[in-house]
Design a protein around this ligand. Structure first.
Ligand SMILES: C[S@@+](CC[C@H](N)C(=O)[O-])C[C@H]1O[C@@H](n2cnc3c(N)ncnc32)[C@H](O)[C@@H]1O
Length: 235
């Protein structure tokens, strides 16, 4: 009887040691429920969002060339634009990395992903691959990219720990994660930013570092008033 009990304990211990601990990722609850409701609408109007995301009044759009220039891409690089939306940066990256490179345009919104697929076909950019992901995972293959770019999307991650874990796994050794997002400063930021964006730059930095990244640099971006750009390296 005692030998049987011991055997059960040994087997249970062995199974526990071999099974990766996914309890943290699966137990994570949404940090901002409902923030992506409009994007997940099956009838989402892509043209309307093209007007919003790709209009001169948006500083990210007006400064897109400078922002893209700070992301270390060259011909042949592999990059994932996570939360690609209408493809503002996905298109630019596809030109930058050229036909020998790879650009994954990743989004949870089926309509945006359909649009990215159309862009790839219509603009003859076979290096651009659209990926429909989930709210917890980028669905990218392991060690598939040199750079992950996340613009105006980190604050949309409902499950940041799980999503960051999948970004970490998608990056090659030494790969970089670049995050552009809103400064969130009570008393300074506009009220809609304070309401919409849950975490400021320092909190985002802490979360990303806790996910196995080291900060490379907070880029100097005097051309941006409301946004910052941080670069991290996979550890
Ligand atoms: C404000 S838009 C930014 C789009 C684009 N990056 C830009 O700057 O023009 C945020 C995008 O993130 C997407 N998104 C939200 N949560 C996501 C997640 N967990 N993984 C990937 N994409 C996500 C939304 O569907 C939406 O397209």
């Amino acid at each position: 009887m005692l030998r049987h009990r011991l055997l059960v304990i040994v087997c249970a211990t062995l199974v526990a040691c071999r099974t990766p601990d996914t309890s943290v990722a699966t137990a994570e609850t949404s940090v901002k429920p409902g923030i992506n409701k409009a994007f997940l609408d099956p009838a989402l109007d892509v043209a309307k969002y093209e007007g919003t995301f790709e209009g001169e009044s948006r500083e990210i759009f007006a400064q897109r060339a400078r922002i893209a220039g700070l992301v270390g891409l060259r011909e042949g690089s592999a990059v994932a634009d996570v939360g690609a939306g209408t493809g503002l940066f996905t298109k630019m990256f596809a030109t930058k990395v050229g036909p020998t490179g790879k650009v994954y345009g990743v989004d949870i919104a089926p309509k945006f992903v359909e649009h990215l697929r159309d862009l790839s076909r219509q603009r003859s950019l076979p290096q651009l691959e659209a990926v429909l992901c989930t709210e917890r995972s980028t669905e990218l293959p392991a060690a598939s990219v040199d750079v992950v770019f996340v613009c105006d999307t980190y604050h949309h991650f409902e499950y940041p720990s799980a999503t960051l874990a999948s970004i970490h796994s998608a990056l090659r050794p030494g790969g970089e994660l670049a995050i552009v997002d809103f400064h969130r400063e009570p008393g300074v930021s506009r009220p809609w930013i304070l309401e919409h964006v849950r975490a400021g730059r320092e909190v985002v930095q802490q979360e990303v570092e806790a996910a196995g990244f080291e900060l490379v640099r907070v880029e100097a971006t005097p051309f941006l008033r409301e946004n910052y750009l941080m670069r991290f390296r996979k550890q």
